[in-house]
Ligand binder design. Structure first.
Ligand SMILES: *Cc1c(COP(=O)(O)O)cnc(C)c1O
Length: 391
């Protein structure tokens, strides 16, 4: 039997991060001492009060369908979050609860883009964005940036890339994979151009609370009423509440877009898991002090790893101001990212993600969502590896 795969599905590139992770896990299962820098999730447990709320909901029989866009209670909690953290006014009807932030992104792109549209995606990008554009029939237009601009898109670069077909800009600050954070002035200037040209912005703000060195995040929707009208914020509980496995994301959109996304979701996933949503309410409405403890720990690791990386021959790394990733430039080793990561795993048993997965082949991504002891061991090995390349 010959199976016909749809052109859209066949056009997708499978996730390289998941492939690296699988290879590292397989080596570990063989008993090898692998240091993993591949993690895209915090290494901390979900706070207890959140787990308790979901467990209580499960015990109480809260196990049936909810409205497809989420429970009124959670939509209100999300609206309250946007008011509290970002000074933004959203009605609960403008909020949709999704099955993870990834699903939020997918729904936004699927509901706003179609065949022939162009979606502008600055690189290095979170690897799912271009594939989502392709699934919607749209064309990803990749705008490369480098460490020289701290991986930030310039207004001139954006202006030159916009065509009559441009429908959406994907904006992600703080960024996965680079950890870069746009200043409010820089973000506003990017938004201004989109407003002038009638381009929508999908602003992925899932790392908004993961910031270092006193830098500030300001939501793209908050600069003016025009920014609000052009922006769809995507967000989720995975990172700042360490709830990756719960599959809970959310978005805030102008009313007509929220309505369209509601229709898409009602015919695809329906509601996110009922009792997980109760955990989501506890996460958003409950105490937030866990994050301070986590950020202190992340910051220690970030400083240590960043300093060490810059002392390794062939490697240079900009200081990331957000998220939990470092994105060192490896071009000084004379290798490209896939080769570098494959040999690093083979020779030194260190798993890192090649930058090519994020559209940047001169870099690798290292996640510091792992213990300081692991980071130390892993960096010792990367150092040894790079010195061996010189020798
Ligand atoms: C982790 C992440 C998300 C959302 O992940 P989910 O697990 O689907 O909630 C969205 N955007 C970026 C940039 C991320 O790194």
């Amino acid at each position: 039997m010959e199976y016909k795969i749809s052109a859209r599905a066949a056009s997708l590139t499978p996730s390289l991060t998941l492939a690296i992770d699988a290879k590292a896990k397989a080596l570990k299962a063989e008993g090898q001492d692998v240091v993993g820098f591949g993690a895209g999730e915090p290494d901390f447990d979900t706070p207890q009060h959140i787990k308790d709320a979901a467990a209580a909901a499960l015990a109480a029989g809260f196990t049936k369908y909810t409205p497809s866009s989420g429970t009124p209670e959670l939509r209100q909690a999300v609206a309250d979050k946007f008011k509290r953290d970002n000074g933004l006014d959203y009605k609960p009807s403008q909020i949709i609860i999704n099955c993870g932030g990834k699903h939020s992104c997918f729904n936004v792109i699927f509901a706003t883009c179609q065949d022939g549209d162009e979606v502008i995606i600055p690189a290095p990008y979170w690897l799912s964005y271009p594939e989502m554009a392709k699934l919607a029939g749209a064309k990803p237009v990749i705008l490369p940036t480098t460490d020289k601009t701290e991986f930030k898109l310039t207004p001139e670069q954006l202006r030159a890339a916009i065509t009559p077909k441009t429908r959406l800009l994907v904006f992600n600050s703080p960024s996965n994979p680079t950890g870069s954070v746009y200043t409010p002035e820089e973000a506003r200037a990017i938004g201004d151009i989109c407003i002038e040209k009638g381009v929508l912005i999908m602003s992925d703000e899932i790392y908004e609370h993961l910031l270092y060195d006193g830098v500030k995040h300001q939501s793209m929707a908050s600069f003016s009423s025009a920014h609000y009208e052009h922006t769809i914020i995507v967000h989720g509980l995975a990172k700042a509440w360490s709830m990756t496995g719960w599959r809970l994301g959310f978005l805030a959109a102008p009313q007509p877009i929220a309505k369209a996304i509601d229709a898409v979701q009602s015919h695809s996933t329906s509601n996110p898991t009922s009792f997980a949503q109760k955990g989501g309410v506890a996460a958003l409405n409950g105490p937030q002090d866990h994050l301070k403890t986590w950020m202190t720990e992340f910051d220690k690791r970030r400083k240590y790893a960043w300093e060490r990386l810059n002392k390794i021959p062939g490697i240079s790394c900009v200081n990331p101001k957000g998220a939990f990733y470092l994105f060192p430039n490896i071009s000084g080793t004379g290798m490209k990212s896939t080769d570098f990561c494959a040999k690093l795993l083979e020779q030194e048993k260190v798993a890192a993600v090649p930058g090519i997965a994020f559209g940047a082949d001169d870099y690798i991504r290292l996640s510091y969502a792992t213990s300081l002891a692991n980071i130390e061991k892993g960096l010792d090995r990367i150092e040894k590896f790079c010195i061996s390349l010189k020798g």
